[in-house]
Design a protein around this ligand. Structure first.
Ligand code: DNO
Length: 355
């Protein structure tokens, strides 16, 4: 069981608190200050590891090493950024990292239209409404608005330098089809697989969130079919999936336990993000509920059981939580509700194991 932690400067939660969550073994972290495409400095990696280990926690999953847009766009400059990525893989391997979680979503990583939607019990949570996105004429303005509502925290995957270029990136992606994006992903994976083997690192792609195209940008990792095509085209044990229930479950046609069973039994799920969503009005409007099955739309027992029965032996983390008990913090990444989520998932696991 792991917990996402944004590092000493970007996270207000002390590692000590994380260690105090029952059944917590490690953190999932990153060098947040690194721009996409950077070659990560060894001393910074080592200092992150030392801090985490000194707190009695492991650091075996990095989320994320972000992929430069030139790689996703298939620009001629991509090889330079791929080489930096390879260098970073080697350095992470040397400190014992086993999994890198990354995504291949053009421009926007995960997207929400409301970061503090009020629930009847007084807690707040994140919500996505397609009807709001459909009315947005200027994605740049939308990104600025969302960033104003983060209480000073940077949205994960919404790096300022990428956000500053939204307009020109949107223009560049007009030429990129779904198949082009897929081909660019394959080119990237084929180039980095040898380094992954040497470093003993699995690349676990994060599914698109939500699981469909937004702002006219292509997205290719959001269904069992898309994942199958990706894992088959580069049929390598280091080419893997982050099984994220919230992202995949945003689509009503995704059968979460079936996806877990298919790819976990093939040894291709080294990392799982477990959370629940509540669909509000059709499939394109949802909010992030508490993890417990009765609070949302997913059967969490069946999901965890599918992982257990397919031999899951990777890393798992509770995913976005609500803000409860008047906590202030990074949307989705407060302490309390995620801690409840971790204990709940461990409880499901124990009951399934002993049952
Ligand atoms: C959001 C996260 C994503 C994820 C990236 C992986 O909360 O799940 O930002 O870390 O897509 O690269």
């Amino acid at each position: 069981m792991t917990f996402r932690w944004y590092g000493p400067e970007m996270d207000s939660i002390p590692l000590r608190y994380i260690k105090q969550i029952p059944g917590m073994n490690g953190v999932v972290s990153s060098l947040m200050e690194m721009q996409a495409g950077a070659d990560w400095p060894e001393d910074k990696i080592q200092s992150l590891k030392k801090q985490v280990n000194d707190a009695g926690l492991s650091l075996e999953v990095i989320e994320s090493v972000n992929v430069h847009e030139d790689i996703k766009l298939g620009r001629s400059t991509r090889d330079k950024y791929i080489q930096n990525y390879i260098n970073t893989i080697h350095k992470l391997g040397r400190i014992g990292v086993k999994v890198i979680c990354y995504n291949f979503m053009p421009v926007f990583d995960w997207t929400r239209t409301d970061l503090a939607y009020c629930l009847p019990d007084g807690s707040t949570t994140m919500r996505y409404q397609q009807s709001v996105v459909d009315q947005i004429k200027d994605p740049q303005q939308f990104a600025n608005e969302i960033q104003k509502r983060t209480q000073g925290y940077e949205m994960a995957g919404w790096e300022p330098e990428r956000m500053a270029e939204i307009k020109s990136l949107l223009r560049a992606y007009k030429e990129v089809s779904h198949q082009d994006l897929f081909n660019n992903l394959i080119y990237f994976l084929k180039a980095i697989m040898p380094a992954c083997h040497e470093a003993e690192i699995k690349m676990a792609i994060h599914p698109d969130d939500p699981g469909w195209d937004i702002f006219g940008l292509p997205r290719v990792v959001n269904s069992a079919e898309g994942i199958r095509k990706l894992l088959d085209t580069v049929n390598d044990p280091c080419n893997c999936l982050t099984f994220c229930t919230g992202s995949l479950g945003s689509r009503a046609d995704n059968d979460l336990p079936a996806i877990a069973r298919e790819f976990c039994s093939r040894g291709r799920i080294p990392f799982a993000h477990i959370r629940n969503l509540k669909k509000i009005d059709g499939e394109n409007d949802f909010f992030e509920s508490a993890h417990v099955s009765s609070c949302g739309s997913f059967d969490m027992f069946e999901i965890v059981k599918a992982l257990y029965e397919s031999g899951f032996d990777g890393y798992i983390r509770p995913d976005h939580g609500r803000m409860i008990w008047d906590e202030q913090g990074r949307a989705g990444y407060g302490l309390y509700d995620r801690a409840l989520g971790a204990v709940y998932i461990n409880g499901l696991w124990e009951a399934i194991e002993k049952g």
